[in-house]
Design a protein around this ligand. Structure first.
Ligand code: AP5
Length: 214
């Protein structure tokens, strides 16, 4: 199964992806996680994108498409994948179509998670994320805190607030989503791939709705 996960910042894409990979035995390809790992490593890509991400802006389409074209050719993608946070602009979606055609891969569905804006802001302000690049487990201090404060339940690494979770950056990410990413819903509706999900329900209810509709 090859899926695209769509939805505004804080909709729960990462949370849903982490459950689906266990259920279906497929891999999560999160451009946000890959970029944060590159920043942590101090790589050239990381240095290029650090300030852009902290401000809540989008990284260039060229860089993202190159990253994903390489990633999609790795062996672990053969069993299926979830694109989490990609594509995020119409040029990225068009670029993805070209890559998929070249690699002879088909997308089964574009899962669109919808959550009201006021809920998103609260979720993002209270989210905490594991700093270990190969874990990046997601927590929420209001409804899903780590068992030991500040430490990841899975790997024991520090759990912190992301650099793009300041009030200004959150608002900017919302605006960027509405302007550049929301038009992708129609793009994939035209391809008859969209599966709409109400993301404003319990963790369990969201994942049940996703799996029953897929
Ligand atoms: P990215 O990491 O992709 O961030 P995002 O899309 O803004 O999404 P988030 O990770 O903030 O939210 P999410 O929907 O995954 O929600 P989560 O599951 O964590 O991108 C970050 C940056 O990288 C971008 O701003 C950009 O700079 C760059 N970038 C990445 N991809 C790019 C691309 N393709 N092109 C250009 N630039 C790119 O959940 C949020 C919180 O809510 C958590 O605390 C969680 O516990 C909680 N929660 C989840 N579900 C529920 C529920 N049902 N009930 C209650 N709480 C819930």
């Amino acid at each position: 199964m090859n899926l695209i996960l769509m939805g505004p910042p804080g909709a729960g894409k990462g949370t849903v992806a982490k459950q689906l990979i266990n259920k279906y035995g497929i891999v999560q390809l999160s451009t946000g996680d890959m970029l944060r790992a590159a920043i942590k490593e101090g790589s050239e890509v990381g240095k290029k994108v650090e300030a852009v991400m902290a401000a809540g802006d989008l990284v260039s389409d060229e860089l993202i498409l190159e990253l994903m074209e390489n990633r999609l050719q790795q062996d672990d993608c053969e069993k299926g994948f979830i694109l989490d946070g990609f594509p995020r602009t119409i040029p990225q979606a068009e670029g993805l179509d070209v890559i998929l055609e070249k690699l002879e891969i088909k997308i089964n569905a574009a899962v669109n998670i919808d959550v009201p804006k006021e809920v998103l802001v609260e979720r993002l302000s209270s989210r905490r994320t594991c700093t270990n690049s190969s874990c990046q487990e997601i927590y929420n201090i209001l409804n899903n805190p780590p068992k030991v404060e500040g430490k990841c339940d899975k790997c024991g690494s520090d759990v912190v607030q992301r650099d793009d979770e300041t009030a200004d950056a959150i608002m900017h990410r919302m605006d960027t989503y509405n302007e550049k990413t929301a038009p992708l819903i129609d793009y994939y509706k035209n391809k008859e791939l969209v599966v709409d999900i109400n993301g404003n329900q319990s963790y369990e209810a969201v994942i049940n709705e996703v799996t029953s509709k897929l």
